[in-house]
Design a protein around this ligand. Structure first.
Ligand code: ZN
Length: 396
């Protein structure tokens, strides 16, 4: 099997950096990363290693890193690879990583730790919730305050689409300005230059761009999507999760998967109560032709409408139109979507919402429950809760 070498050129105190991945008999790959304002360069290549790890697990057996790695990431990345080999043994193999230097953890403990955090910010509900809860809207036990948010051009919006990205940025700036948080923008060719299964690799990609800011922020937060009690509903491995995001932490920056104690409907309800101005600006749907607006009709948009209704709010906080019954009929019900839909019913029940749509959805969901209950005991508690709520709909 092949050996690949990772080199890094350029500087973050300049315009940005270029990752170069090369080896005998393979085409050299360059990943270009530009940043909106210069920052101090990290002392390690922890970020670049997170950047290329999925490509390496797929295409080589040994990776030589031409620079130092922190001891913590060196240890974590082995566990990270173990996790992904366990998820997808046919896709990912364990790569032997040889770094120019592995800097011992105690060397970093001499440096005084700052109390700053930076978070990834796509402009969606999860990232707005994570921004609002730090500092202190919901106690998370964290000592670090979010001072910066990071928007990436080249992840959700392709690099070729400058217009929609500029619109998204303007929208997000209104949110970060009102929270008195600095917005940094990173432009990267990672998705284009190193094509991987994005459903698998996006967590490591987010960690890699957070690591660029490790000299000014001690903690990098990734806004979580699925809550702990529904993670096991996700029928395929998902790139950003409470199980694996922590394994992209190094000694310079701790990566934290934030907000998984709350479902998306709960986050929508919380923001509708506490920060409706930001929720109004949320961008969570990428289905419409205009990538800077929510389409209002896709599963995610309809679920967001229902979250607002379940929490006793009007849809007009976000949408310019009203829910129509046909929108509910178009929702897809299968094992893949139950992890999104059951938390919605949980929220409706918790708020005493008994509207006809709740029963319509409960009817659609009920055929799946006995099978899932038998196949996965860890989700039994949620289903028992559901059965108690909608007893009359359950098959005898
Ligand atoms: Zn939509």
């Amino acid at each position: 099997m092949k050996t690949l070498t990772l080199d890094v050129e350029g500087s973050l105190s300049g315009k940005g950096q270029t990752l170069i991945l090369h080896g005998d008999g393979v085409q050299t790959i360059r990943v270009l990363t530009e940043i909106s304002a210069p920052v101090e360069d990290p002392k390690t290549l922890d970020g670049p290693l997170c950047n290329v790890i999925f490509h390496a697990m797929r295409h080589c057996s040994k990776l030589k890193v031409k620079g130092p790695i922190s001891e913590k990431l060196f240890r974590n990345i082995a566990l990270f690879q173990e996790a992904w080999h366990c998820y997808c043994p046919d896709d990912y193999q364990f790569v032997d990583i040889e770094a120019a230097d592995v800097i011992p953890s105690e060397n970093f403990s001499m440096t005084p730790h700052n109390k700053n955090a930076i978070q990834t910010f796509s402009g969606g509900v999860d990232s707005i919730f994570t921004l609002f809860r730090h500092p202190g809207a919901i106690d998370s036990g964290s000592a670090e305050t979010t001072r910066s948010a990071l928007l990436v051009h080249g992840f959700d919006v392709p690099l070729s689409n400058q217009t929609d990205f500029d619109n998204l940025r303007k929208r997000i700036e209104k949110i970060t300005d009102s929270a008195d948080v600095a917005l940094h923008v990173v432009r990267t060719s990672l998705r284009e230059s190193l094509p991987t299964n994005w459903n698998h690799s996006h967590g490591a990609a987010l960690a890699s761009v957070l690591h660029l800011y490790s000299q000014s922020s001690r903690v990098g937060r990734i806004a979580g999507s699925d809550p702990y009690n529904y993670v096991s509903f996700v029928p395929h491995p998902w790139g950003s999760s409470p199980a694996t995001d922590y394994l992209t932490s190094g000694d310079e920056m701790e990566i934290v998967h934030d907000g998984a104690g709350y479902s998306r409907p709960q986050k929508v309800a919380f923001l509708a109560d506490r920060w409706p101005e930001a929720l109004r600006l949320a961008q969570f749907c990428w289905r419409g032709k205009d990538r800077s607006a929510n389409c209002g009709n896709c599963d995610k948009c309809v679920q967001t409408r229902l979250s607002l209704l379940a929490a006793g709010h009007g849809e007009n906080i976000i949408f310019g139109s009203q829910l129509e019954p046909k929108m509910i009929d178009r929702l897809k019900f299968n094992e893949e979507t139950l992890g999104d839909i059951l938390p919605l019913l949980d929220l409706a029940r918790a708020n005493g919402c008994d509207a006809p749509w709740v029963h319509r959805i409960a009817e659609q969901v009920s055929p799946f429950l006995p099978v899932m209950y038998k196949s996965n005991r860890s989700i039994g508690r949620s289903i028992r809760y559901f059965k108690a709520a909608f007893r009359e709909l359950m098959p005898r």
